[in-house]
Design a protein around this ligand. Sequence first.
Ligand code: ARG
Length: 478
Amino acid sequence: MVTTKTKKTVSANPPALACSNPMWGGQFKHAPADLLAKINVSIGFDKQLYAQDIAGSIAHAKMLAKQKIISEADSKKIIAGLQAILKDIDAGKFEFKTALEDIHMNIESALKERIGDAAGRLHTARSRNDQVATDFRLYVRSAFDALDAALKDLQAALIARAEENAATIMPGFTHLQVAQPVTLGHHLLAYVEMFDRDRSRAADARKRMNESPLGAAALAGTSFPIDRHFTAKELGFDIPMNNSLDAVSDRDFALDFLSTSAICAVHLSRLAEEMVNWSSAQFGFIRFSDSYSTGSSIMPQKRNPDAAELVRGKSGRMFGNLIALLTTMKGLPLAYNKDMQEDKEPLFDTVENIMVCVQAMAGMVRDFTADKKRMEAAAGSGYATATDLADWLVRELKLPFRDAHHVTAKIVAIADKKGKKLEELTLAEMQTVEKKIRKEVFAVLSVQNSVKSRTSLGGTAPVNVAKAAAAAKKKAAK
Ligand code: ARG
């Protein structure tokens, strides 16, 4: 709970009798202007970092005692006080104060109220600059872990539906025109591959970012004999960051999360768009149960795929969040600048939205039922086996592919004129275009035989799909 009430008007002048911030106000005679407070205060959003802030402070306090920079007794008091604050915040029993600006000063001030003067020793050999960089890294690191787990679950859902639909025939499209028959399993496994690369991007970034900025202090390091390896280890970082200026001033790890999420959102939006199409009356390929359908307040017949539309739509704000932070960071001189406080809201927003999108997508994948008859019928429309006919002419009559393409185009034109499917043409009708065509050609004109024949590596044949699903299952479980 944030304590300031929203005021109707905001005064540009400092309030006459109010006090300055007790955490840094030594040389200040009065409180900041309301407008400075309004633009400066971050507790409304950075309170989300409380657990990371406390973890960082506990590691720092332990290290200060170990290095004999503060006494063992003070360190113990500080740690117990911080643990009690953590408990209270977890239980919703902590009052966040806007007058204390941000999460760091809210916690330090509460610590002072609880344990007295020892609290003042916690900030030795540390600055809010390395503190916030540490908190934010810890937060982004767990966001990467949560994203990976959610993507893994989405992959499991897709793989299960792919196994079940390894031989379910549907039209494959290019330009959203029926192109060649494929299987639904193959189509779903295409997304498993995309999410696999998203996971791999997340894993790369997580590994790269897992270094500790703590101990960089304000920007230049410190004259105290701190042990940065110790705090790094305490916080699960692989090593301390090399350069103190870099440690407090880069936010590329947050950009990595935002870009990984933006790319993942692109993948999600494509599957979402297909679900919107497929669940329409015109396609009629899939149906969502009541769990994933919404009604219309005016049109009683409607079953709208709102969740899929929102997964598609939320990609927009996630791209925006990436651009926002890129733009904030661009051109900033080293080291810390307050502009960087703008790193948190876009990141928090993307974390919340990418998680709900991945989870909702897994829900939809598990939920839909496929109308296999309708999908197969659609695969047979639009002369989807024309390429199979051309390939037969190459294989059996030894025509060059370009000539086979022309012959096939002419046969398609005849079928079109007569309102027939390719396999409904008579042999005599086909022979008017190429007299060497034999009755065996009909075998390749069915959609089942078309998909069965596509056994090349990565192709859509049901045997391939079954194998690919098993392999994906093994890989995704890692
Ligand atoms: N709230 C600040 C942020 O998020 C914390 C760091 C403030 N540092 C400073 N030197 N004013 O960036």
